[in-house]
Design a protein around this ligand. Structure first.
Ligand code: XLS
Ligand code: NI
Ligand code: NI
Length: 439
């Protein structure tokens, strides 16, 4: 087995007083938090594309990091990636990974050749999984990179492009199933539009739904029992992405009777781009029974694009884990670092520092979420605020016992209701949060 990071050993938990940069300060895989070991609560996953493939290329310049992994052509590099990925997962105690098909193996001149190459790498991954016990969290298809997808894939105006995409996704799903993946993700890629002047939005969305129905039915027919996810994102690469946010995706799924078949893969920076908080997106998903998995990264509030930075914002991680716990924890889902080191952080150690920072942040988030739930003041405040719905008129409305006329009669008798109002106490609550987090 090649050793790409030979100067770096197993990253261990050393506690918050350690100054060893190659150690976890908060992530202690076996520590029990909210009834389960951290590694089961957090279910960390490595994203193949950013970690193994992302070399820092941006629209202003070429890559800064060497991500050839000892290879001299696309296929040898992709084989090197497998060894590097499993070494990273081992050394960082990351138990899962996820991929796009074309990050695993190269795009070839024909679909059959691409499929053959993909099979070779998938078999390699399967061997490594057997040797290491690492697992696939989810797979997906890269239906946005190649020029054929310039106008979309499932929403392409060309029926031939739609068919190519459908065949590519079928193969990516089969590869996911072969690797025992617990999830399959649809992220809109170029499913959206730049201008309505050239777009039949209604047909495009009908076609997307047709494709999803076919893929779900096929997946179930070949024994895929995991979750299908949609990963909402409002913009980038297209100006208007169809899967804008969780609420928009829910409306789409319900229109096409797909709502029983899909859950959400919520990405932090996508929530930011939709001008929501990360917590809001997870809350909408959990309230609607469609919470599935998390792409954990963070954006930069001063930049308007998907910077995919490793998460270091402890408040965001706290509220994320608070929602995840309230949703009952992860089942098939997990916490994927859809994140990349900055372009200036180009050395192999930076991969480790990035993951350590992200994993420690979410470990802290989990510990904090437990503290907030055990403290109980926030939950109690919220339930007290709605106490008028527990008895009397409120309870009768919820029980469906009151008509609009009954309610009118009640309101007329009651007169002015200003004295039923109480303060929202936002500042008090924010102070309590800080008190719980930092005491
Ligand atoms: C892009 C998305 C993408 C998905 C997987 O913004 O985050 O990386 O997670 O296709
Ligand atoms: Ni993502
Ligand atoms: Ni993203």
């Amino acid at each position: 087995m090649p050793d790409f990071f030979k100067d770096i050993g197993q990253i261990k938990y050393e506690g918050k007083t350690s100054t060893n940069p190659l150690s976890f300060k908060y992530y202690d895989p076996d520590r029990t938090v909210m009834g389960k070991p951290m590694r089961e609560q957090l279910k960390f996953a490595l994203s193949w594309w950013h970690t193994l493939g992302g070399d820092g290329t941006d629209m202003f310049g070429v890559g800064t990091a060497d991500k050839k992994w000892g290879g001299s052509d696309p296929m040898s590099t992709d084989k090197g990636k497998v060894a590097a990925a499993f070494e990273l997962m081992e050394k960082l105690s990351v138990d899962y990974y996820c991929f796009h098909d074309r990050d695993l193996a190269p795009e070839c001149p024909t679909l059959s050749e691409s499929n053959e190459k993909l099979d070779i790498i998938v078999d390699m991954c399967k061997d490594y999984q057997n040797k290491t016990g690492k697992k696939l969290l989810w797979g997906t298809a890269k239906c946005f990179d190649h020029p054929r997808y310039m106008h979309g894939a499932g929403t392409a105006p060309s029926a031939d492009v739609f068919c190519y995409a459908a065949a590519q996704i079928k193969k990516a799903l089969e590869s996911t199933v072969k690797l025992g993946g617990n999830g399959y993700v649809f992220w809109g890629g170029r499913e959206g539009y730049e201008t309505l002047l050239n777009t039949n939005m209604s047909l495009e969305l009908d076609n997307m739904a047709r494709l999803m129905r076919m893929i779900v039915d096929y997946g179930r027919s070949i024994g895929f029992t995991g979750d299908f996810y949609i990963e909402p994102k409002p913009k980038e690469p297209t100006k208007h992405q169809y899967d804008f946010d969780t609420a928009t995706v829910l409306a789409f799924l319900r229109k096409y009777n797909l709502d029983k078949d899909f859950k959400m893969n919520i990405e932090a920076n996508h929530a930011t781009l939709a001008t929501h908080t990360f917590q809001h997106e997870i809350r909408v998903a959990r309230d609607n029974g469609v919470f599935g998995s998390i792409d954990a990264n963070q954006g930069d509030m001063l930049l308007g694009w998907d910077t995919d930075q490793f998460p270091t914002n402890v408040y965001d991680a706290t509220w994320c884990m608070y929602e995840v716990i309230k949703a009952g924890g992860f089942t098939n889902g997990g916490l994927n670092f859809d994140s990349k080191a900055r372009r200036g952080s180009f050395t192999p150690e930076d991969i480790f520092y990035s993951y350590i920072a992200g994993m420690d942040t979410f470990a802290l988030g989990l510990i904090n979420a437990e503290k907030l739930i055990e403290d109980g003041r926030i939950d109690k405040f919220v339930s007290d605020r709605y106490v008028s719905w527990n008895t009397g008129i409120g309870a009768d409305i919820i029980a469906g016992k009151m008509t609009l006329s009954d309610i009118e009669k009640y309101a007329l008798q009651k007169g002015e209701v200003m004295d039923s109002l109480t303060s929202g106490r936002q500042e008090l609550l924010e102070g309590i949060v800080n008190n719980v987090l930092f005491s």
